[in-house]
Design a protein around this ligand. Structure first.
Ligand code: GLN
Length: 457
């Protein structure tokens, strides 16, 4: 813990943490030492972790990196983090993220962008252009990649665990929808949001997920299914597993380097005894547009609670309506306002059937595509995690938000279908930047992803 706290202090220029909690960390580590001395340690005893600022932490400021939650101090602890503390982990601080987890580069945070610890080797843009760590869990990804913690919590609504993992050469898993409790996590799109770990290795991610997951009566969408020993799946033989290679993920104009690591991943799995099968997920091309209707719709509803009365920021006005308007106008950043407006539009009378209902139908078709493959004996799918490597801060999405949304093309399908997905580092591009592969599994079969992931990493 002491070594990590010192490393965090030295790496402040990355802006990975929005709150450092050295006193809490030191007290937790001491308590941990005492338990270890008595031979009582839990599975994560003394392990220093970073917590995405989307997880409510009792008595510790939680802002979702939004101005509207200024100085909000929860009186409760999220189920996921309380399970980590139950198992002996130590909290180092809260990590930066895109505001309300809306973004793919960590540039929408009220606290400013996070820098990836990676730099391009040579290349046109020079070696010193600061790069994005991906998003929305950019602070967690940068903290793990820069060795500022042994692991971090993150959340994934459309790729926010897997895309930053791919950009920073770390491992991130979004478990099956319902595997981890959402209680006490700031809501973005409730039917898509899932918590998961980011770590340096597949084994570390497996150990962390076991503590984070499990039934919780406080979240009715949390599944009442026992959590297996994920660590036992790491390194387990993958012989005879049938791995689907979905042809729709081969995009026109995809960089040759992405094609290359995908092929490399296929070769590694084949060499380990898995069988590769060409499959089709025909509705893939509708996933991104449908996601960018469903997610903003749910966000506009979830964010209605930020009214200046119950949490954080309040800007006074002439009357209560004016106070709501002033608070929301001052408190939400540009990307959040865009999502609230899109979401309100697609849910409004007269447009609901044409947009929201249609997107929900598309969602069912996307889910069925996967179900059909799994029914035909496919155990998991292998795809690229992202359509490109990391990019420079300020380089994408300025004039055209859709340019940023395209980052999520390989990850949103998994949230729409509620399936587990893991991103594992698989190689690097010509400039030495990490590239990741994604494995998508059957519902509640994260174990197979850990087995396959350990072949690739
Ligand atoms: N980049 C996607 C979005 O902006 C996903 C974010 C997330 O998974 N939280 O909605």
């Amino acid at each position: 813990t002491a070594a990590h706290l010192a490393a965090i202090e030295k790496a402040r220029s990355l802006n990975a943490f929005v709150l450092e909690t050295p006193e809490i960390a030191t007290a937790m580590a001491k308590a941990s030492d005492a338990r270890i001395a008595k031979g009582e340690g839990g599975p994560l005893e003394g392990i220093p972790l970073a917590i995405k600022d989307l997880f409510c932490t009792k008595g510790v400021r939680t802002t979702a990196c939004s101005h509207i939650l200024d100085n909000f101090v929860p009186t409760y602890e999220s189920t996921v983090t309380s399970q980590l503390w139950r198992d002996g982990a130590v909290m180092l601080g809260k990590t930066n993220n895109d505001e309300f987890a809306m973004g793919s580069s960590n540039e929408t945070s009220y606290f400013g962008p996070v820098q990836s610890p990676w730099r391009r080797k040579g290349g046109d843009l020079g070696s010193n252009t600061p790069l994005v760590p991906g998003g929305s869990s950019g602070g967690s990804a940068a903290a793990v990649a820069a060795q500022l913690c042994l692991g971090a919590t993150a959340t994934d609504t459309g790729g926010s665990i897997r895309q930053p993992a791919a950009f920073t050469g770390t491992v991130g898993i979004k478990p099956t929808y319902g595997r981890c409790s959402r209680w006490g996590i700031v809501a973005f799109a409730s039917s898509l949001d899932q918590a998961g770990p980011m770590a340096k290795t597949v084994r570390d991610a497996a150990i962390m997920l076991r503590s984070m997951a499990g039934p919780d009566a406080k979240d009715t969408t949390c599944a009442d299914i026992a959590v297996p020993d994920y660590e036992a799946a790491v390194g387990k033989s993958v012989k005879g597993l049938r791995i689907g290679i979905p042809k729709e993920y081969r995009l026109d104009g995809m960089p040759a380097e992405i094609e290359k690591i995908w092929q490399q991943g296929c070769d590694w799995l084949k060499a380990a005894g898995a069988e590769l099968v060409d499959v089709s997920l025909p509705h893939t091309k509708y996933a991104l547009p449908a996601y960018y209707i469903v997610a903003p719709a749910e966000a506009s509803s979830n964010l209605a609670r930020y009214d200046g009365v119950r949490y954080g920021l309040r800007v006074s006005g002439r009357d209560i309506t004016d106070m709501y308007e002033q608070t929301r106008a001052a408190g939400f950043g540009g990307e959040v306002r865009r999502r609230v407006m899109i979401g309100t539009y697609v849910l409004s009378a007269g447009y609901y059937d044409a947009y929201y209902l249609r997107a929900q139908k598309v969602r069912t078709l996307i889910k069925r595509d996967f179900e059909q493959c799994f029914e035909q004996g496919i155990h998991a799918m292998l795809t690229p995690a992202t359509p490109s490597a990391s990019f420079g801060i300020g380089e994408k999405g300025g004039a055209d938000p859709v340019e940023m949304y395209l980052n999520d093309v390989f990850t949103v399908t998994v949230n729409m279908a509620g399936l587990p997905g893991i991103a594992v580092p698989a190689g690097s591009d010509a400039q030495g930047l990490p590239l990741g592969l994604q494995l998508i599994g059957r519902p509640f079969d994260e174990e197979t992803l850990f087995s396959l992931g350990s072949v690739i990493e």
